[in-house]
Ligand binder design. Structure first.
Ligand code: FEO
Length: 165
């Protein structure tokens, strides 16, 4: 059993993870529209990862014999300035997700729900990578945001990211 308060918060997190997927799919569309195949591929993999995050929470709720309740997904941003802007917004977004996960851990603690607290540890670790990766891509892009060659080089590096399912 999960307390009503914690269950509502987990349901909300499913929504935010699917929103994150949508957010990154929009970025993939933007990158593809500019011909940046590597960035588009990277964001499409990011989209898939977010769906996995949402499904993990959905499955956990089911394992606890509770029912997930799904809500509407907010429209993601459509306008971006540059490839660098995509990764700045990714980092900013992931910092917000990290804060949400910390909030969930705090709530699980205050509800004295050890199992959910343990379950959430996977997300705590995942968020370290979720922030570190866009930060390191930004490092590569930032010094020469205006340098087309540098952007193209980073685009082809990111094309190597593979989906591990
Ligand atoms: Fe599901 Fe990117 O955090």
């Amino acid at each position: 059993m999960i307390s009503k308060k914690l269950l509502d918060a987990l349901n909300y997190q499913i929504n935010r993870e699917i929103y994150s997927a949508y957010f990154y799919l929009g970025m993939a569309a933007y990158a593809a529209s500019l011909g940046f195949k590597g960035f588009a591929s990277w964001f499409t993999i990011q989209f898939k990862e977010e769906l996995v995050h949402a499904e993990k929470i959905f499955n956990y709720i089911g394992q606890k014999n509770e029912r997930a309740v799904l809500a509407a997904i907010e429209t993601p941003p459509q306008d971006f300035k540059s490839p660098g802007d995509l990764f700045e917004r990714t980092l900013e977004h992931e910092k917000k997700v990290t804060a949400m996960i910390r909030g969930l851990v705090g709530l699980a603690k205050s509800e004295n729900d050890k199992e959910t607290e343990t379950f959430l540890q996977w997300f705590v670790k995942e968020q370290v990578e979720e922030e570190a990766t866009p930060a390191s891509i930004l490092e590569k892009l930032k010094p020469a945001e205006q340098d087309k060659q540098n952007i193209l080089k980073t685009d082809s590096e990111l094309a190597k990211r593979t989906w591990k399912g």
